[in-house]
Write a protein that binds this ligand. Structure first.
Ligand SMILES: Nc1ncnc2c1ncn2[C@@H]1O[C@H](COP(=O)(O)OP(=O)(O)OP(=O)(O)O)[C@@H](O)[C@H]1O
Length: 264
């Protein structure tokens, strides 16, 4: 199996300053100052070409942080991410410049990826047709609804033909017809042997589309394996969590959050 993504011991740390003066103290003290929150702690896994991996986990577990790191949008604090080829992120807020129109965003993204004028002229109508947002294509993106942003983002990313596609909740907005159109495109990618990471709160969508599951539990990899094995374990955890009393839930949340906080 040819590897397409190798993630080794990836950590993402965010500084939590109570006051702005703490930021200055952090900059000038040799050992740093203030508390750090670990969104990710020692994430390691490998993906093969053709893998379709669902990233699952409860709110705040680190799914979006990890997808942003895989797509190269943000760097890890420590650890390495090896990507074979070009990765693209599709998320509701992904990479669209709000002041620019939809059409200008298409051009910008293509230019940034090194496409020439001829390729851009060829691709633009295809992207516009897929996005299907009518006259809004010539309006600034800041006037778009979240569904329209997601449509444009999806249309751009799918047409630039990346080797690794990271789809973060992009199908949760907008209508069913568009979601089906996206799923068809994602299936085309799958058939071409590309690697897809898929984040969705829809467990049925996950089960239908992904063969593997990467379960992120409060910044750690809890389980990684076939969807048919990992998902039942995750669903069991959710069931148990839901059965907890309010007090038990709070105690549980506090203990996991505490394990992610560290000094400096
Ligand atoms: N810029 C930031 N500064 C501080 N903390 C952050 C930042 N970005 C994310 N976090 C924290 O990191 C943790 C992981 O966030 P992330 O958005 O990756 O989780 P998620 O699993 O995608 O959650 P959800 O399912 O709610 O979208 C959260 O506790 C979040 O509050």
């Amino acid at each position: 199996m040819e590897k397409s993504v190798i993630v080794k011991d990836v950590t993402k740390k965010y500084k939590m300053y109570a006051r702005s003066s703490e930021k200055i103290l952090d900059l000038i003290s040799p050992k740093g100052y203030g508390k750090s929150f670990y969104a990710l702690q020692g994430i390691s896994f490998e993906a093969n070409k053709g893998d379709v991996i669902g990233i699952i986990g409860v709110n705040g577990s680190g799914k979006s942080t990890l997808s942003n790191i895989i797509a190269g949008i943000i760097p890890p604090t420590s650890g390495t991410v090896e990507i074979k080829g070009e990765a693209a992120l599709i998320a509701i807020q992904s990479g669209l410049k709000k002041e620019l129109t939809g059409r200008e965003n298409i051009e910008l993204k293509c230019l940034m990826l090194g496409f020439d004028k001829k390729q851009i002229i060829e691709l633009t109508p295809q992207i516009i047709e897929f996005a299907d947002i009518g006259d809004f294509i010539d309006q600034p993106v800041k006037t778009y609804s979240s569904g329209m942003r997601s449509r444009l983002g999806f249309a751009i990313s799918i047409h630039i033909d990346p080797d690794i596609l990271v789809i973060d909740e992009a199908l949760s907005v907008g209508d069913q017809t568009f979601a089906d159109k996206c799923l068809d495109k994602m299936n085309e990618f799958k058939e071409k042997g590309k690697t897809i990471f898929f984040i969705s709160h829809s467990i049925s969508q996950m089960k239908k589309f992904c063969e593997k599951a990467l379960w992120i539990q409060y910044g750690h990899v809890e389980r990684y394996g076939p969807m048919s094995e990992v998902m039942p374990e995750y669903e069991n955890f959710i069931k148990k969590y839901k059965k907890m009393t309010k007090k038990e839930k709070k105690a549980f949340q506090e203990s996991v959050q505490k394990s992610r906080m560290m000094n400096a």
